[in-house]
Ligand binder design. Sequence first.
Ligand code: 0WD
Length: 256
Amino acid sequence: MGFLDGKKILVTGVASNRSIAWGCAEAMHKQGAEIALTYQNDKLKSRVEDMAAKCGSDIALPLDVGSDSEIEALFTALAERWDGLDAIVHSIAFAPREQLEGDYVDAVTREGFATAHEISSYSFAALAKAGRSMMEGRNGALLTMTYLGAVRAVPNYNVMGIAKASLEANMRYLAASLGPQGTRVNAISAGPIRTLAAAGISDFRDMLKKVEERTPMRRNVTIEEVGNAAAFLCSDMASGITGDVVYVDTGYHILG
Ligand code: 0WD
């Protein structure tokens, strides 16, 4: 018996077994949820299929959130397998690598700004919109992944911090919009974790070290810990929580 028994959950953004999305899928599977995964491109297909199988699932579907037709096709394919959907985990972000190093004003470009916002923020609203009818009447949940760089000027995080601020506002507007149909919308602000996406951020290793030295718990957070919080937020145990950012960062955000 788990607290997600009978729930059908779509988890996007699995790129490797270090992905935060994978921590979410594993934790949710442990709590009894049925899981569907997505993969960004053909290179990731067989890896993500294998990872779905580890969650007892044979649903791994293509999704590049830069494409409206792929978003539509995803929900059409999902509707052929499931009669409804209880939660969507959005764990996707992208900015061109040259945006994520050095001085913000030097690095930012019109194109880099637009890409970061489209892939890292708009895509959350796009998934909410496309998934809305499958989620109706089920007390569903949407969840996204954000970072402290949304509310503080973190070195090298640059335009991604602005995209995360947009994502957090997006989350609140989605919560207001979808609340009347019973869908809750939240974000987890995770501490730094070594993943493929994180490798694109300049001096990421220093960031991990700095957090470890200063944070109240004197260690970095794990994908299992983020996954457990995600499982809770997508469950009926969190039925009163919407429009919120929950920090899963071993307390780093409270420091002055
Ligand atoms: O320290 C960290 N790792 C933190 C990550 C701290 C706080 C928040 N986050 C956020 C990230 O910003 C992101 O929103 O968590 C989310 C997941 O990131 P992750 O688990 O750190 O990274 P990763 O394992 O790389 O998964 C992100 C994936 C991509 O991986 P790559 O490495 O290929 O960029 O997002 C997917 C892709 O699989 N992705 C897309 N999926 C569909 N369409 C797209 C796209 N256009 N672009 C990227």
